[in-house]
Design a protein around this ligand. Structure first.
Ligand code: DON
Length: 307
């Protein structure tokens, strides 16, 4: 039997498949070897319908799309006031791997850039938590949101740890400003582990739909995150989720979204849908080329622009 939504999604995927510019991420050896061809997408409604097409069961590492979830966990664990002391709320206007600290407070500009994600990771669980506890916390939250147990891709983890100089440098700078207090190596390892969690576009769509539903799981009806936590995550994601392209993205597409350098993009349109798309070739900002085009098409065809 034909179904209009998967057929529609398939049609959009076929219409963007010819886009072959951009490159798979080069700076992490394991990602540099990735097959550039896969293309998959999924949409989950806040009322619990999940549709997908293309390479919808292919696993890839979540990378920076873990940042909004680690931020959500830190906000839930430590409260807004504490988290706000260590990480800001404004777009940095710089690339995701720049230091981008606020002049006076020395907090990283926001939780969607690497510096902010390192500060966020430190806050997980509680002030005395260890490296493994923090990793377990964020993997467990992401698993609950995806509705299945997610796992870490150890090859990608090791590969990124072998060339983590830049994140280590950021962590050392944050330590020098009193934003981090644990060993830089432990924070970076925890952060890289959260980036190395394997997901599919179906997972991303359901996780996005949880955010879109204000923290209530669309498939189980369970409240997983508080509504204020969810609101803060979505706000920061809207302002900074697509990095230095965030303003253009909000204007053009109008769907809060977060990208990852493995080629995933997750969107969360409040009150409506979560969206996941995967295609590994990236533009100069580190956003999936076809992924962005998929979002543009959906926004236009289905009138999803927030404004
Ligand atoms: O820390 C890094 O550089 C990567 N693990 C994640 C960066 C990322 O996904 C940026 N996104 N577009």
């Amino acid at each position: 039997m034909q179904h209009p939504v998967p057929d529609y999604l398939r049609g959009v995927l076929e219409s963007i498949r010819h886009l072959e510019h951009g490159e798979v991420a080069q700076y992490i050896p394991e990602l540099a070897q990735a097959d550039p061809r896969p293309l998959g997408a999924a949409v989950a409604t806040v009322t619990g319908r999940l549709h997908s097409a293309g390479d919808d069961r292919t696993e890839f590492t979540i990378q920076s799309i873990a940042k909004p979830f680690a931020y959500a966990a830190a906000l839930a664990d430590r409260g807004v006031e504490t988290v706000d002391r260590f990480v800001g709320l404004n777009p940095s206007g710089e690339a995701f791997n720049e230091l981008s600290l606020e002049a006076e407070s020395k907090r990283p500009d926001n939780a969607m850039i690497n510096a902010g994600a390192l500060a966020t990771h430190q806050l997980l669980v509680g002030p005395y938590a260890g490296r493994q506890e923090r990793i377990d916390r964020v993997v467990s939250l992401m698993s609950t949101l995806a509705g299945r147990q997610l796992s870490i891709d150890h090859a990608t983890f090791e590969s990124e740890m072998n060339c983590a100089d830049r994140n280590l440098a950021l962590a050392h700078m944050l330590r020098s400003h009193g934003i981090l207090h644990d060993r830089a190596e432990d924070i970076v390892a925890g952060y890289v582990a959260q980036c190395s969690v394997r997901v599919t576009v179906r997972d991303l769509a359901v996780m996005g739909a949880c955010l879109a539903a204000g923290g209530v799981h669309p498939l189980t009806g369970e409240r997983v995150l508080g509504s204020l936590v969810t609101r803060q995550v979505l706000s920061v994601m809207s302002a900074s989720g697509m990095y230095d392209a965030a303003g253009e993205w909000l204007t053009d597409v109008g769907i809060p979204a977060k990208s990852g350098v493995a080629g995933g993009v997750m969107g969360a349109l409040p009150g409506q849908v979560g969206i996941g798309v995967y295609s590994p070739r990236l533009d100069e900002h580190g956003n999936s080329v076809r992924g962005m085009e998929f979002f543009r098409r959906l926004s236009e065809d289905l009138n999803l622009h927030l404004m």
